[in-house]
Ligand binder design. Structure first.
Ligand code: FES
Length: 452
């Protein structure tokens, strides 16, 4: 309707028009300028351990086949037959050394290259295009900590540039043991009636909603704090929020303080090893502790033991959740999960929940991690039930003729400040939770959307 990007994302007053959540033209532009440009999370390499294994996933509205070939390389190819546009792979997952289109039978290798067609002489009559031009369109792929990322932006920023300063913190969750992580089962998936940016911007580390939307969880002792003094004592409110210009963010919260709701422990005067023994990070058993020192720097281990990243997100559509939960022996099994919010049109999002445990962890710990994650951040989890109630209501308002002109307000902006002795990089926001990380998410969105 003639509105410019600056009318929608108001950089002078730190507001965003609510109608960004419902505008159909904007959605189409987002598919081109965000989802076809940036790196996107598709899955984990333990989903496709053998040659020929594949899963079908989405990059925005474009469906792709994620495969492993005989040389152990992972490929991401558009699931669109270059002959006449049919889906090449109609299954969601499986094993195949050739993907054969059901329409006219063209076949493709796991790396996307063209194998051949039935009655090939007749189908290729004229040979207008050589076989090397008939393969599936390929995305650029990067595997980090087993996580499979891909982008259509073949000459765009490297994956390292995309992660930026967040790698130091993410390594502590995804690259900390010798054998790495394992995805526990296929991801849980469900569709919610809301625009992808509603959960997307919340994953830019919205800390304030924990106090109110999730208040019942704190009152019940599920999520920190005490019923008497939730506002003073909620452990999820204090720490160091880390962010960067790429729009990612992580809230680093004190481990002992977070765990206080289950057991009163103090790290005072304790070495890093002693802290790890007292309260192993979620998913780490006492036997796995030495592996942390093999894979992380001493500073990273110290942070993981003391004030680990616990919740946040990667731009544009990933949530990171690392949750402490008690074990009967007094330690923590917890949960480690990632969500992606996959756009399904301007008013629908597919919520995809990936649940992890260390490959080398005992089976019982894996079961605990799975159970904790399902109960907390899964499709039926106590945390997501709250969020999934809110997002569709915001969406409904984004369509009202009057209400769509309301703005989202980011008033709690403080500016970044480096706490003394902090070892990691990034833009740092110490103390009580703030809005800065979410505003950084919107600035990353603005910058991509402003690029022609
Ligand atoms: Fe796939 Fe014709 S559309 S073979």
């Amino acid at each position: 309707d003639g509105a410019t990007l600056d009318d929608l994302v108001k950089r002078d007053s730190y507001e965003v028009a609510l109608r960004v959540m419902s505008d159909e033209e904007l959605y189409k532009l987002e598919m081109e300028r965000v989802f076809a440009k940036t790196w996107l999370l598709l899955g984990h390499d333990t989903e496709i351990p053998n040659a020929g294994d594949f899963v079908v996933r989405d990059m925005g509205e474009d469906q792709v086949i994620v495969t492993r070939d005989r040389n152990n390389e992972i490929h991401v190819s558009l699931n669109v037959c270059p002959h006449r546009g049919m889906k090449v792979c109609t299954a969601e997952a499986g094993n195949a050394h050739a993907h054969r289109c059901i329409y006219h039978g063209w076949a493709f290798r796991p790396d996307g290259s063209f194998i051949g067609a039935p009655v090939e002489k007749e189908q290729m009559h004229g040979n207008l295009l050589t076989k090397d031009k008939l393969g599936l369109k390929k995305a650029r792929v990067e595997v980090y900590g087993g996580l499979i990322f891909a982008t259509w932006n073949i000459d765009g920023p490297s994956f390292d540039d995309y992660l930026g300063d967040m790698k130091y913190y993410l390594d502590q969750l995804f690259c900390r043991t010798d054998s790495g992580l394992e995805l526990l089962g296929p991801p849980q998936r469900f569709i919610l009636p809301c625009n992808w940016k509603i959960p997307g911007e919340q994953s830019g580390s919205d800390g304030f909603h924990t106090l109110t939307l999730h208040r019942s969880l704190m009152e019940g002792g599920v999520m920190g704090g005490t019923p008497e003094s939730i506002y003073d004592n909620a452990p999820g409110m204090y720490g160091v929020d880390v962010s960067c210009e790429q729009g990612h963010s992580l809230r680093c919260l004190e481990a002992a303080q977070t765990f206080k709701m289950f057991s009163d422990i103090s790290f005072e005067g304790k070495s890093v090893e002693e802290r790890l023994q007292m309260l192993p990070p979620p998913g780490i058993t006492k036997e796995l502790i030495p592996q942390l020192f093999n894979n992380l720097s001493p500073d990273q281990v110290e942070q993981l033991a003391t004030i680990p990243p616990q919740v946040g997100g990667l731009f544009p559509n990933i949530l990171v959740a690392f949750i402490f939960a008690p074990r009967t022996d007094g330690g923590s099994s917890g949960a480690l999960a990632l969500h992606t919010y996959v756009p399904r049109g301007p008013d629908k999002v597919e919520f995809v929940n990936f649940i992890f445990a260390e490959k080398d962890a005992p089976e019982q710990v894996k079961r605990d991690m799975l159970q904790n994650s399902i109960q907390q951040t899964g499709t039926s989890g106590v945390i997501e039930q709250d969020d999934a109630d809110t997002w569709p209501q915001i969406m409904r308002n984004a369509r009202g003729v009057v209400s769509k002109d309301i703005t989202l307000k980011y008033q709690a902006l403080h500016g970044h400040e480096r706490p003394e002795g902090w070892k990691g990089g990034g833009l740092l926001y110490p103390g009580f939770t703030k809005d800065d990380t979410q505003w950084n998410w919107w600035m990353a969105y603005y910058n991509l959307m402003a690029e022609a």
